[in-house]
Design a protein around this ligand. Structure first.
Ligand code: SF4
Length: 251
């Protein structure tokens, strides 16, 4: 597996204490991306392929995963595969998920949901939990801000419900792009149709992304946006107050 980062003792990538493997490559090109080092193709002609990524065999992934077993057991944690988009490496991913299941280690996948529907089903049904990122309901805007339409993403979102795969939905709150009332009410209607959702994470904008883009010498099209203040965050949260699952506002 091509991995550009491994984060141990992660508390924000699923339940409990986790080890998160960040896999390289993403078919989307969100203008707010906080992991620009995961890109294969970057905005304009600049390339970020100088960022370090390393190839790990499945044995090595399992070995690293097992190093923190006592912490997973104590906290209800496990392993998360994030990115980039982990489904791009679906063959290795399925193998890793199966091996970790044999070791009785809880697994989660953090995905944009942008994948062929058959492939998506084959991967997610091998995981214990899916962290599904929903960004924009309107397909035109989705294409404008992420580079791809959301048709496959919505189809795959319904598949999670059909296949009863435990799901945490994550909505990145990008000022004036995804955090508008119009978008959030539309996404709420979509969420209410999925019976597999256990939790909704609303993710306030992280303005620290600007410095990362500067360091990597990549143009950041939305530089200068500010994190939502407490009043704005409470207004956003109130949109979802009557949904039948837990909501978190992660700052
Ligand atoms: S889906 Fe995630 S990793 Fe891929 S470009 Fe968008 S924000 Fe970045």
């Amino acid at each position: 597996m091509e991995v550009f980062n491994i984060k141990k003792f992660s508390l924000h990538d699923g339940p409990g204490i986790r080890t998160t493997f960040f896999l390289r490559g993403c078919p989307l090109n969100c203008i707010w991306c906080h992991n620009p080092e995961s890109f294969r193709k970057l905005v304009g002609s600049k390339s970020c392929d100088t960022s370090e990524s390393k190839n790990y065999g499945i044995d090595k992934i399992v070995e690293i995963a097992k190093q923190d077993l006592p912490f997973y057991e104590e906290s209800g944690g496990g392993i998360t595969f994030s990115g980039g988009e982990p489904l791009l490496q679906h063959k290795e991913l399925i193998e890793a998920l199966k091996r970790l299941k044999d070791e009785d280690i809880h697994t989660a996948i953090d995905t944009s949901g942008y994948a062929d529907p058959d492939l998506f089903r084959n991967v997610v049904t091998n995981a214990d939990l899916v962290l599904f990122d929903l960004k924009l309901y309107a397909s035109k805007k989705h294409k404008e801000y992420t580079g791809v339409s959301n048709h496959k993403i919505i189809e795959n979102f319904y598949q999670l419900s059909d296949n009863s795969v435990a799901t945490y939905v994550r909505i990145p709150l990008i000022p004036k792009i995804t955090d508008t009332e119009e978008n959030l009410f539309a996404l709420k209607e979509l969420l209410l149709q999925n019976r597999s959702i256990r939790r909704l994470d609303l993710l306030p904008y992280n303005e620290l992304a600007d410095s990362k883009y500067k360091r990597l010498d990549i143009n950041h099209e939305i530089a200068g946006l500010k994190t939502q203040n407490e009043i704005q965050l409470n207004q956003i949260k109130s949109i979802f107050e009557d949904v039948p699952f837990e909501i978190t506002l992660r700052g």
